[in-house]
Design a protein around this ligand. Structure first.
Ligand code: SAH
Length: 347
């Protein structure tokens, strides 16, 4: 923003003012940015635009989870999920339209890949959520929506730094989390440019099974992924890597596999997040029974690995992990009217 203003012959600090207007005050109309000179405001109206994602569908779950389907441009839609909890409010943000990684148990994968989101489209999801939920101040962001964030590296890094910036959302490094299926070179690069928290979608205790469930593992196997995770948190003793592990009945949920996982993660400051599989039509997998998940968890805990079973949220509105597809379910009049009114529909 400073470069934008500097480049137009203005004082760079106007960049800070405009950032604050947009993100802290939610103002998108340059005319209302009253601490900028009149001439500058008029200039901005002709050369710049603040465009926010359009809410196409707004769904609230019985458990308070909120999901928005957002329209970006013609036909490109993404989903953003707001999860209120005791003492914290988390936003699950998308980084791409669709996903190219093809993890077997994820419904976003089935949709295919369309394109990367821009910085504006990523931070725009935060903007929308904060405006929609004035009574629930945002405390955490997880890059765990649609897409593989490390495959959209530059835009995701810039958007996350806005999430952390005091002129925008001011979230601490412990409250912005990037989740990756394990694109190792990008993970190594991330450490150089960002200090956000790391979650890694592990899902299997060995390469043979991970190759099958998370195909990117064939390119970057565990022998490369785990050292990169260790390097990521090196130097900060408060940090742990969160490993996500989807519990698939009869596939990766045995006690033997839990013990294998313990050996795999030995010496790595780690926390395990066990996610009951959220089924979707045609997935071919079943959710592990709750007793199995608990037994698996006990093996990990017994070996000193902190393991938490993630409570599934927003299931009734398909807002749970792996259920985000950006599909349009609503063909109602209201939906068509919104589309018709959108300036973008003409493209
Ligand atoms: N591509 C990134 C970001 C997505 S995060 C990543 O893989 O980490 C979404 C999390 O939900 C990932 O851990 C993903 O593996 C998990 N997930 C995907 N499909 C799921 C499903 N059907 N049930 C439960 N978890 C799922």
């Amino acid at each position: 923003m400073e470069a934008f203003f500097g480049g137009r012959g203005h004082k760079p600090f106007h960049g800070r003012q405009v950032l604050k207007w947009i993100h802290k005050h939610g103002v998108t109309d340059f005319a209302a940015m009253t601490d900028l000179g009149k001439r500058l405001r008029t200039e901005l109206e002709t050369v710049a635009e603040v465009r926010t994602p359009e809410i196409v569908i707004d769904q609230q779950s019985r458990d308070g989870t909120h999901k928005w389907l957002l329209e970006l441009d013609c036909g490109n839609r993404i989903e953003t999920v707001f999860i209120p909890e005791e003492g914290r409010n988390t936003l699950c943000v998308s980084s791409q339209v669709g996903c190219a990684l093809d993890c077997r148990f994820c419904s976003t994968a089935q949709q295919g890949f369309n394109r990367n989101l821009s910085v504006a489209e990523i931070i725009g999801q935060v903007w929308v959520a904060v405006r929609q939920k004035p009574d629930h101040p945002l405390t955490n962001v997880v890059m765990m929506g649609m897409g593989e964030p490390l495959a959209n590296f530059d835009n995701v890094v810039r958007a996350m730094s806005l999430m952390q910036d005091d002129l925008a959302y001011g979230l601490s490094k412990y409250r912005v989390t990037l989740s990756t299926a394990g694109i190792v070179p990008a993970l190594r690069r991330l450490r150089e440019v960002s200090d956000v928290s790391l979650a890694v979608s592990l899902h299997a205790p060995n390469d043979a099974l991970r190759d099958e469930l998370v195909p990117i593992n064939r390119k970057y196997p565990l022998g490369e992924l785990l050292p990169a995770c260790r390097a990521f948190i090196a130097g900060d003793r408060r940090r742990k890597v969160t490993f996500e592990y989807v519990m698939l009945d009869g596939v990766n949920d045995s006690d033997t596999q839990a013990r294998e996982l313990v050996r795999l993660l030995r010496d790595l400051p780690a926390k395990l997040n066990l996610i009951p599989f959220n089924p979707f039509p045609g997935s071919g997998y079943r959710t592990s029974p709750p007793e199995r998940v608990e037994a698996f968890r006990q093996v990990l805990m017994g070996s000193g690995i902190l393991a938490v079973t993630r409570k599934t949220r927003g299931e009734d509105i398909d807002a749970a992990c792996g259920q985000l597809v950006g599909r349009v379910q609503d063909r109602s009049r209201r939906h068509l009217r919104i589309l018709a009114e959108s300036r973008l529909v003409a493209c």
